[in-house]
Design a protein around this ligand. Structure first.
Ligand code: AMP
Length: 180
């Protein structure tokens, strides 16, 4: 089982975010699930990857060449796939993933979450998508999504299909991630 995680290339202000990344790694290793992620060694991405590796978990990174050249690629992970563009990266991550989780982050995370939700809405992918709502980080975004539903720009069932929890173990259960 491969779980694709979108998360910040920064660590954020609250230590809760890094703790959640470590806790997610523990829960993933417990059920023998691997991480697919953006391949970076910085921010929450680096913390998640390092924690997985310290627990002997498998980590697959998919990184575009231009980011690798900026030396932000994590060279110690189980498998690092280099691709030519951001678009190719997302396509490859989606091919590898059995489900998706968004953790706190910035533009990159937001863009990845929005694109994968759009692909699902269009029937281009079918895997479940979850939000790890650490410290209510995503509450304003969820309110915005509800506003899109209320104003009939977004179908309610598409919004409801997102699995949401602040607890990594609960989120993995909602996403149907089980031991393999
Ligand atoms: P952000 O939320 O803006 O920090 O961006 C994080 C997301 O964008 C991650 O899920 C990555 O897939 C991608 N990303 C952004 N910056 C980097 C980086 N320096 N190295 C690898 N991936 C990155």
């Amino acid at each position: 089982m491969n779980v694709c995680v979108f998360c910040g290339s920064s660590i954020g202000t609250d230590p809760l975010y890094a703790e959640a990344a470590k806790s997610l790694a523990h829960e993933l290793v417990k059920v023998n699930a691997s991480v697919v992620y953006g391949g970076g060694n910085i921010g929450l991405m680096g913390i998640l990857a390092d924690e997985m590796l310290s627990l002997q978990g498998k980590v697959i990174g998919v990184i575009p060449d231009f980011l690798m050249k900026r030396e932000v690629g994590h060279t110690g992970i189980t498998q690092l796939e280099r691709v030519s563009s951001m678009h190719e990266r997302k396509k490859r991550m989606a091919e590898l993933a059995d489900c998706f989780i968004a953790m706190p982050g910035g533009w990159g995370t937001l863009e990845e979450l929005a694109e994968i939700l759009t692909w699902k809405q269009l029937g281009l992918i079918y895997q479940p998508i979850g939000i790890l709502n650490v410290g209510s980080f995503f509450d304003p975004l969820l309110l915005q999504m509800q506003k899109m539903v209320d104003n009939e720009f977004l179908i309610g069932s598409n919004f409801k299909s997102i699995k949401i929890s602040e607890n990594p173990q609960k989120l993995l259960t909602l996403l149907g991630v089980k031991s393999n």
